[in-house]
Design a protein around this ligand. Structure first.
Ligand SMILES: [Zn+2]
Length: 87
């Protein structure tokens, strides 16, 4: 249940990302990412920070998810962060 919820949620962000032409996590990466369910725990505990501005990421403010040097990174929804990341 949580897996499907999270997957649907994150799929929406990928659509957002495609429009902004940010590199997004490939489906296979997303699957392994979500299978661990670690992400949800990390977000729930407030330990995930925006890659650009270091603001705490919640399920409400995720703007983008991307792979940076092999790590999954989260970017908040602020347009300035997404455009900075996209440079
Ligand atoms: Zn940010």
């Amino acid at each position: 249940m949580i897996y499907n919820y999270l997957k649907n949620l994150i799929s929406r962000f990928f659509i957002k990302l495609r429009k902004k032409r940010v590199n997004f996590v490939y489906d296979s990466d997303l699957d392994s990412l979500l299978k661990s369910l670690e992400v949800k725990d990390r977000i729930d505990s407030g330990s995930v920070k925006c890659f650009v501005c270091k603001e705490t990421i919640t399920f409400k403010n995720i703007g983008a998810i991307a792979k940076v040097k092999g790590n999954i990174e989260f970017i908040c929804e602020k347009p300035v962060c997404i455009s900075n990341f996209n440079k």
